[in-house]
Design a protein around this ligand. Structure first.
Ligand SMILES: [Zn+2]
Length: 169
């Protein structure tokens, strides 16, 4: 494969470098969920767990049933800015979610991943988030299924309630 230099793109790429880290003025859906302080409204934001440095919420547009997002509280897009404490808290929470969903759904496997940047497929590139997606034999390809929303909102609300209770007991 030949390499093609496109130095004119550096300005475009550099424009992402100054993205602000603090989420005081941020209005992304993860920050909106983080900023909610009303316990009764946790379900509206699909929050299933809050921790000192991260939050877990359901994906409103899931690839599969049980699709959970885990994100740092800080609105950052740069993976290298995640500190070790936050990263290990996120990983521990992902582990708990997998353990619970294994019992709940008995899936054949899981995808755990993070899309860093729009070019990598991040729907919300400004706020890093890990995807936890249960997989079954015969379900569709990880990325292709996003066109096919199989889960109705009723199921999402029920799942939010169940996961919230299990993760907060
Ligand atoms: Zn955010």
């Amino acid at each position: 494969m030949k390499q093609m230099w496109s130095s004119w793109r550096s300005q475009y790429i550099d424009s992402f470098k100054d993205e602000k880290k603090d989420n005081s003025g941020c209005d992304c859906f993860i920050c909106r969920a983080i900023k909610n302080t009303d316990v009764d409204k946790e379900k509206d934001f699909l929050v299933v767990k809050r921790q000192a440095n991260c939050i877990a919420l359901l994906n409103k547009y899931p690839y599969n049933n049980g699709h959970v997002l885990v994100a740092p509280l800080e609105h950052i897009s740069d993976f290298t800015l995640l500190n070790s404490k936050t990263l290990s808290e996120i990983m521990e929470l992902i582990k708990r979610i997998i353990a619970i969903e294994k019992n709940m759904f008995n899936p054949a496997g899981f995808n755990v991943g993070v899309n860093i940047g729009q070019a990598a497929g991040a729907g919300l590139p400004g706020h890093l988030h890990f995807h936890v997606v249960p997989r079954w034999n015969g379900d569709s390809n990880f990325m292709a299924v996003c066109d096919d929303i199989k889960v109705i909102s009723n199921d999402i609300m029920k799942l939010q309630n169940t996961l919230y209770n299990l993760l907060n007991q």
